[in-house]
Write a protein that binds this ligand. Sequence first.
Ligand code: FAD
Ligand code: DHB
Length: 390
Amino acid sequence: MHTTVGIIGGGPAGLLLSRLLHRAGVGCVVLESRDRAYVEQRQRAGILEQSTVDALREAGAAARLDAEGLVHDGVELRWEGRSHRIDFPSLTDGRRVWVYAQTEVVKDLVALQLADGAALHFGAEVHSVEGADTGRPTIRYSHDGQDSSLTCDYVVGCDGFHGVTRAAVPEGVRRTYERAYPYSWLGILADVAPSCAELVYAHSPRGFALHSMRSPEVSRMYLQVPNGTDPAAWPDERIWDELDARFALDGWKLNRGPITSRSVLPMRSSVTEPMRYGSVFLAGDAAHIVPPTGAKGLNLAAADVVVLSRALIRQHRTGATDLLDAYSDTCLRRVWRAEHFSYFLTTTLHTGPDQSPFDTRLQIAQLDRIATSPHAAAELAMNYAGLPLP
Ligand code: FAD
Ligand code: DHB
């Protein structure tokens, strides 16, 4: 079997890329190792930047997002019993963010692609990519217990942090930059109305806490916990008491309700360069991951595939490869900006296990600066609401 673009992975990056290519008439096949239900229910990110929403609209995949997504014009920072709101539109020339879960983005894209008869194969596990440095790379995979291969003009690895495509870039060419953090997040979903209209990011001596939401009836919250934490060690009562202590603010009350899911996520920064080798491209988590504090992971994945779709469509229509040749550099500039922002927000808001009182005073000085300087607030707002696509 042959296709123009072989896409490995049917997460947000692979699905959005296939949608954009399919609509432009560029042939593509998506191979996803998991089944549809698993991919649609994997609980992950919840915040879409302005340019991600623009891309979903361009892909004709924003009908439900526009009807059900919650538009947010700001976030609240809390520390030392104080609170400060960052207003996005006034600080960013009108940019905003949407609360719309990754699960819903994935469901919308899967439904549209399947309804259009696009080639999207679940249960297709890729083992290797061969011939990256040729004009005809080959994907080896198994589907329904059968070994198969797919030859392509181009292969795009959208197979996440644990994917196989990165290995198609030879070790002598590939360089990975990494940082691990000495804490994790315990994430919960609760059947209770959010206690706030906008997200709350809280710095506290007990550790970081984040109040987010999924709908007017469902809250999503995160607590900083030590690495290696077992979620079973956190019964409901302990979670609510800890959230109460970390969000404490005069006159504010946290609504409690049944917790329906809990999981622990480690925090890591990683970038692999280059994002292209020969006919093989990397996009999304396959090339880079960020700690979740800045809500950048899903948005970076969407930005990569928008840039790549434009380059592939141009090559398909005109034969010009200039945008494909620029892909890695174009994306990496934006990726490193987001890496820095995610690191900055993470290290400003979390309390490390070996943190000194001096380090804490620096964090408070930075939060005070954001609260008193429109320039510092604008820098945060522009990065959070997302820089425009190149
Ligand atoms: P993925 O979503 O990882 O998709 C990769 C796909 O490739 C998967 O469907 C996988 O099954 C498939 N695949 C892998 N290997 C193969 C193979 N060999 N053959 C075929 N298919 C394969 N970001 C935030 O902004 N906020 C959050 O709260 C947040 N929470 C997160 C929690 C977790 C546990 C994780 C892992 C990530 C979280 N992120 C969060 C990051 C965000 O979800 C990711 O950045 C986003 O999913 C990236 O999309 P992607 O399509 O690049 O990769
Ligand atoms: C959510 C996750 C994040 O990492 C973040 O910074 C904001 C919101 C969420 O899951 O809603």
